[in-house]
Design a binder for this molecule. Structure first.
Ligand code: FES
Length: 107
């Protein structure tokens, strides 16, 4: 296991997210009701860059085909909007830990 430092907690807006690259991979760091979550930064459909998405009703909306993922859990909340181009699945969520205001994950 490798411990990765992602960012400072105060850099993450309440009810929103920040994309960050660490260890060669993209992550999405979210904050809902003050709780930090760390999710995969690539859409499970075709790998869309979720850091460029928008917050819609507590979810991040993929900018490519519109799949949505719960900001807190990574659960798929809305399937891809176009039939016949495959389906998205839940995003992976990582256990985050805090130390002196810094956010870490183990990968
Ligand atoms: S790449 Fe995200 S919905 Fe298709």
């Amino acid at each position: 296991m490798t411990r990765l430092k992602l960012m400072r907690e105060e850099e993450v807006p309440e009810g929103g997210f920040v994309g960050v690259k660490a260890g060669g991979k993209q992550y999405l760091v979210t904050k809902v009701d003050g709780a930090i979550s760390v999710l995969d930064g690539k859409c499970t459909h075709w790998g869309g860059p979720l850091r460029m998405g928008k917050v819609v009703e507590g979810s991040v909306r993929c900018p490519v085909h519109g799949a949505r993922y719960d900001l807190r859990t990574g659960e798929l909340t809305k399937q891809v909007g176009i039939p016949l181009i495959g389906k998205a699945d839940d995003l992976r969520r990582y256990e985050a830990s805090m130390e002196d205001g810094d956010i870490y994950i183990e990968v």
